[in-house]
Design a protein around this ligand. Structure first.
Ligand code: PXP
Length: 268
């Protein structure tokens, strides 16, 4: 086995099934902006955090431009895209005014999420079993795809949601890890994520996962070889208060790669 570079992940280590050590971390900087908005001031700046995330080994940056603009603002999205030069993922609800803006920005990816103004955070996956929602998802994704943006959807870990995502012509799914994250010893929740990730992968979708992951519960998820990318925000921002932003990102990325290495060793 060749020597592993735990910071970047060596591409030379491949299992028989073709999976590699590569598992991307897209760092969500929303809650840096939450702290700024707590004082309606200029700091801390999520653009600064995104730069430090890059230095810490992040593979991408994620922001959720909410209808109520409670944290991230248009200015943040534009500057992060321009300055940081990492693949930018924008999470967005099905709102026409947000779509209009995001089409101008042309991020690398858009994750469509259900959004209620009253919610504290995203409460669950998009209910693609609702025909009206599917029609909206198709409308939004078509407009974004025309600009060359990859479009996916946040789903609960259910195969039927993967099938609906395929029906809507999406490129990827992000599997909701909330139930597992809140109770990591629940084998059933982990099994659901594993099975839906595998199902989506086999159907040709790119598979991401996230929500409420932290340094203590990320390992089981990073060991699911079909998952290519994790989107993690709140726990990294929380730890950054004590460790520094760059270090908090680095710590998470290292944990992900070490977990992936374990899974690869078990699979060969
Ligand atoms: N994925 C989605 C779809 C989200 O809405 C969020 C929160 O913005 C995340 C991932 C990141 O979740 P957390 O901040 O709990 O890591």
């Amino acid at each position: 086995m060749e020597e592993l570079n735990l910071k970047t992940g060596s591409k030379s280590f491949e299992s028989k099934r073709g999976f590699t050590l590569d598992i991307r971390l897209s760092v969500n900087v929303d809650h840096v902006a939450s702290l700024r908005e707590a004082r309606r001031s200029k700091e801390p700046d999520p653009v600064h955090a995104a730069v430090l995330a890059k230095l810490g080994g992040a593979d991408g940056v994620t922001v959720h431009l909410r209808k109520d603009r409670r944290h991230i603002k248009e200015r943040d999205v534009m500057l992060i895209k321009e300055v940081v030069q990492l693949p930018l993922t924008v999470e967005m609800g099905l709102f026409d005014d947000i779509l209009e803006f995001v089409i101008q920005v042309v991020p690398y990816k858009v994750t469509l999420v259900p959004e209620r103004v009253e919610e504290v955070t995203t409460e669950g996956g998009m209910d693609l079993s609702d025909k009206k929602i599917r029609e909206l998802v198709i409308k939004f994704s078509s407009a974004l795809k025309e600009k060359g943006v990859r479009v996916g959807v946040f789903i609960d870990p259910e195969n039927r949601m993967v099938d609906y995502a395929l029906e809507c012509g999406l490129s990827f799914v992000e599997v909701n890890t909330t139930a597992y994250s809140r109770n990591p010893s629940d084998k059933d929740e982990l099994r659901k994520i594993r099975e839906s990730a595998r199902y989506a992968f086999e159907k040709g979708l790119e598979v991401m996962a996230g929500h409420e992951l932290n340094i203590h519960n990320v390992s089981n998820i990073a060991q699911i070889l079909e998952i290519e990318e994790l989107s993690i925000g709140h726990s990294i921002v929380s730890r950054s208060i004590f460790l520094g932003f760059e270090k908090a990102v680095q710590e998470m990325k290292e944990k992900m790669i070490k977990s992936r290495m374990l899974a690869l060793l078990n699979s060969v």
